[in-house]
Design a protein around this ligand. Structure first.
Ligand code: 5GP
Ligand code: ZN
Length: 112
């Protein structure tokens, strides 16, 4: 999608601090970290949010979770939180599917 911030980051048109990249997805550190380690994992293909996951793209989402498991292990993280905000009330500010991976501090429950 031409005017999407995360599509531009996925295409390398806007720089990011990369954690991992392959042909399907990109992981990069959040510009405004909410924990000592905070990175995002996005599909390179534009998907608006979890609400747009379907039978055709579910394999890509499963791949993203494999990447999360792989990269958290590589970074030595054994406890972390994975979050995806869907829609305005939940706090989604970028309308391109992304999973936050947060680690390195105590987490509260329920989340705010
Ligand atoms: P959301 O609010 O949609 O759940 O998450 C969007 C996240 O993207 C926020 O945590 C925000 O800090 C991050 N973000 C927004 N713009 C940029 C950017 O240009 N670069 C990076 N690395 N992160 C960004
Ligand atoms: Zn996009």
């Amino acid at each position: 999608m031409s005017n999407c911030l995360f599509c531009k980051i996925a295409a390398g048109e806007i720089p990011s601090s990369k954690v991992f990249e392959d042909d399907q997805c990109l992981a990069f550190f959040d510009i405004d970290p909410q924990a000592p380690t905070h990175f995002l994992v996005i599909p390179k293909e534009h998907i608006g949010s979890v609400a747009e996951v379907n039978a055709d793209n579910a394999g890509l989402v499963a791949h993203i979770f494999q990447v999360i498991a792989q990269e958290t292990k590589r970074l030595g993280l054994d406890s972390y939180r994975v979050v995806s905000n869907i829609g305005e009330q939940a706090g989604q500010s970028v309308p391109h599917l992304h999973f936050h991976v947060l680690a390195g501090r105590d987490m509260t429950w329920p989340p705010g």
